[in-house]
Write a protein that binds this ligand. Sequence first.
Ligand code: R5P
Length: 314
Amino acid sequence: MNNLKVFSGSAHPKLARAICEQLGVPLGAAKLVRFTNENIKVKIEENVREADVFVVQPSCPPVNEGLMELLIMIDALRSASAARITAVTPYYPYVRSDKKDEPRISITARLVADLLAAAGANRVLAIDLHSPQVQGFFSIPSDHLTARTLIVEYFRKREDLANHVVVAPDAGEVKDAAGMAKRLGVPLAMVDKRRFGDDEKARAVHLVGDVRGKRALIIDDEIATGGTVIESSEFVRREGALDVSVAVVHPVLSGSAVSRLRAATAITEVVVTDTIPLPPEKQDPKFTVLSVAPLIAQAISRIHDGRSVSELFA
Ligand code: R5P
């Protein structure tokens, strides 16, 4: 495959630049124009003919604007004769809309997969999709990375690791949390969390396992409103955990999540990754941010060379 090129939409240029730094390539030049009628125009400002192109655009506010921008960039690259276009969506748009769990509802994560392919994407590269079935939505090849390995490495450095317990904040997280507990060599517990209807507030109902006298590591794929991790943290503290650290891959941090996390005395530390940008107003000394740039750069390099991506996690 010819030249490797990395472009960025306006969602997370900092991450795109960090990926380019790791790969030793310059960030591709593109101009984005927003007209007064809210239409978007993209102009690719360098030759991409027969190039292997990666477009970095995680989903973050404004979500719909960012998605449209990504589709238009892909379309422009296709028209400019790129040989292969990979949509790099570290946080995949509409990832939680992945099943028909109510009658007559949209499955928007699948619609996004169709839109990416229709725009001209030949591959998709994503990190920690909310559920594995999303991989089956793509008619084009997809690579699904996990940043949980970064979180494991981070906590492995704790001197009193033996006194920790990994806690899954709901049943959906048990499999991944169990894998992390195994890699850390610590036990696993689970909070039985329930959501009632469209109510975004999650409620902890029971604890499976033992947290008494231990330091709890609550693991999840994302923090949206913060309800799940805050409710689970308070619950495990009441069940006797010494302290609570929370680690999630995607800091969605919607609504008043940041102020709620700041105020949550049950939580000592929040570890996240930079799949989604954290603007200054969302930063806090309680937050530790691990970068996924080296992981994405390695995956891009392997895709470009035709080497295995799964070997990254062997
Ligand atoms: C849900 O199944 C996910 O794994 C997360 O637990 C959820 O997205 C977190 O949402 P919130 O922060 O609003 O409770």
